[in-house]
Design a binder for this molecule. Sequence first.
Ligand code: SAM
Length: 382
Amino acid sequence: MIDWKPKACSLADELAELGKLTMPEWRAAVEATPRHEFVPAYYVHEAGRWQLADTSSPAGRDEWLRRVYSNTVLITALSDGDSGKVVRSSSSQPGLMVRMLEALDVHDGQRVLEIGTGTGYNAALLSHRLGADRVFSVDVDEDLVEAARARLAAIGHHPTVATVDGAGGLPGHAPFDRIIATCSVPAVPWSWIEQTRPGGLILTDVKPAVNAGSLVLLRRTDEGAEGRFDRTYAAFMGLRKPGAAYTSIARPRDRSNAVERTTSIAPGMLQNLVVWFLAALDLGAGASSGYTGSDPTQAPTAAWIATADRSWAEIDLQPDGGTYRVREGGPRSLWRAVETAHDTWLRLEQPGWDRFGLTVTRCGQWVWIDDPSSPRRWQIPT
Ligand SMILES: C[S@@+](CC[C@H](N)C(=O)[O-])C[C@H]1O[C@@H](n2cnc3c(N)ncnc32)[C@H](O)[C@@H]1O
């Protein structure tokens, strides 16, 4: 028997100290929920590959419980990707989960749909708070849903858990007062708007491209939904199609058609995720970026960007006389989009996430700054 209650209480203390857990209702949910039941096993990335962590030896078991009852994301399922195993599901950082649950502003009697059941832990927190008959949760993979349902039942919760593509919501049980997605979407599915009551809230991570976007809280309006991005960046794994692994546009291998130039913008600017977001809104859906030199024993030498139209850019990490060498190929100059986004960001006085908002209508979705009526707006690429 695992004496988990003191551990759940100390997790709640940790989340409170971090400023993530402030509401007594959610503290009670964290204290009453045995996270270890939802994460009986987890993977670690060691020596360049994923492996199942040891949970059978005394030391392995201690480490498992230490991680489960701390503010730690735990990888719980993998699948085969183009170049090895890729993450399929995880138990998100508890601090992020409770921060989102608090932002969701739920009230007694409300019905909530969660997209991305995963382990079922978040559905357990919701079930504790609202009663399981008001909680609905969907995931795209049958095995995840079956396991989550069994774990929830084992601790006495029986929410509606279904295997569907969350992009379509759960129309048979709509309308919902709240929809919360614990996976990211390139744009907000219209079905979620339709399935939310007027005045209801949708909380999701909107990322039109890899790492480009963050959590946004939308209120259902007559025309669609509207709201602001959360001030703190967050990242979830993306919504994927049934039966598909996560994929992203790879760094191009053929770089024979490169055009060379220099830039004064350091490639480290890709780490400024607001600038990268603005650039990605221009680059188009699915743009990806990374660093050359995937061999972890060797330091990377360049950053790269690639888009669906086979454009690419590679920027040296080391400056040469105060500028950085850029090589580009394909129909568009991708680094130009980053330079322009950086310039826009400076002219807007270096805004953080919370100055941006999102409007969703049946006809389109666009990002705005400061105010929905602002003339500065960027279409979400589709
Ligand atoms: C970060 S995990 C969710 C964590 C979960 N809320 C928990 O408490 O453990 C993201 C989940 O989104 C799911 N997902 C991905 N694409 C989906 C889709 N199209 N529909 C529903 N769920 C999806 C993944 O299978 C994964 O389990």
